[in-house]
Design a protein around this ligand. Sequence first.
Ligand code: NIG
Ligand code: FE
Length: 411
Amino acid sequence: MQTLFINIKELLQIREVEIDKISGTDMAILPKIDNAYLLIENNIISDFGSMEYCPKLSDVEIIDATGQVILPTWVDSHTHIVYAGNRIQEFVDRINGLSYEEIANRGGGILNSAKKLNETSEDEIYEQSKLRLEEVMQQGTGAVEIKSGYGLTVEGELKMLRVIKRLKENYPIAIKATFLGAHAFPMEYKENHSAYIDLIIDEMLPKIASENLADYIDAFLETGYFSVEETIKIMEAGRKYGLEPKIHVNQFTAIDGIKACVENGALSVDHLEIVTDEDIEVLKNSKTMPVALPSCSYFISIPYTPARKMMNAGLPLALATDYNPGTTPSGNMNFVVATACIKMKMTPEEAINAATINGAYAMGISKTHGSITKGKKANLIITKPIMSFYQLPYAFGTNLIDKVMIEGKFI
Ligand code: NIG
Ligand code: FE
C-alpha cells in the first residue's frame, strides 16, 4: 500500500543520511524542502523530494497537501502519564502560597500520588492513563517514554509497569518503559534510606527484569530525595539487568549529580533547571543527552533550563513534556516547543530539532524515529494550511495540526 503526499508547502526535518542526534551548534539548521512530495510504502517513508521530481505512480492514494507543512511527529522522551487521580488541590495550595517543597514535606507531592496509585486497581489505572496517551497522540506525539515511580512498593511499581506494557501492546505509538522506584522515599523509610534502596535492588529490580517490564532505569537525584551515592547504587544495579540510566537531576539544586550520571553512562539527564559551568564541561563529549522540560518550569514557577548557554557550549539538547500530575499536568509537545522558543530563546529550528531527533536519541529510537529519512517509520504531523513552520510556536495557543499519522495510519 502506497500513500503519496503532493504539493507540501514545507517538508521539515529531512535527513538524507541517518543521524542519531544533533549538537547544539548544528541545531540552528532544520533542513526542509519547499513544495515537496513524500511517499509512504508499507508504513515506512520510502521517498521524498521536490515536486519537480515527483514520481508518476499508478495505484497509489494521493493526498494533496497544498499550503500544509509536514514534519515528523514529536518524540516525548520523558513522561509519567501512568498515574491515578490528580493533584488539583496542591495546584490551588501553590496558588495560595505554598511551595512544591512545602507540599511534599507534609506528605503531598509524589507520596500523595503513590497513595492514590496503590489504592487504585490496575484496570482503572489503565483506563485513566490510556486517555492521556490518546490525547497526546492527537497532539502530534508519535513516541513516548513512560516512567513508573508512583508505586514505591513492589506491587505498586509492578502494577504501573504492567499498565505501560498493556499500553505498548494496544497502541501503535512507540513506548519505552522506565523503572523509577527511586522517585521518593516512602514515609516508613524516611529514616532508613538503605532499607528502601535494598528493596529496590533486591526485590523490585529482579521481578521487573524477569517480566521484562523496563527498558531504562531512573532516579530523582536531588537534595532531599536521592543522593549522588544512592543514585550511583541504583544505576549500577540497573546496569546488571541491562537497564541504561535516564536520570532526574538538577531540578532544584546542583550537587554534582550530572557528573555521576555521565560516568555511569546515562543515556539522558533530565530537568536541568539549575546548571553550573562544571556540569556543562562534564556533558561535553559525552553520550548523555541533556533534556529540558519547560512545561514543568512554567507550571511550578522555577527557572528554565539555560538552553542557550548549553547549546553555545556545543551541547545537544532535547525537549520533553514531563507529563505528570504534580509538576506538569500537560503532555502537549506543541506547547513545549513554543515555550522553549518564548522563554528559553531557542529558535524554532532548534526547538523542533530538540523535540524530534534529539528526543528520539534520548529514548534510544533515533534509528526509526525523529526525522524524515528513507526507511524510518511514517510518523507525521500534517498541519492546517499555515504561512510557514514558524507559525507553530508563534501561535502558541492555537491547534494548528490537521492530521497525525502514526506508522502509516491516520489516527
Ligand atoms: O519530573 N521531579 C521529580 N518527578 C516529577 C514530579 C513528580 C511529582 O510531583 O509527582 C518531575 O517533575
Ligand atoms: Fe519527570
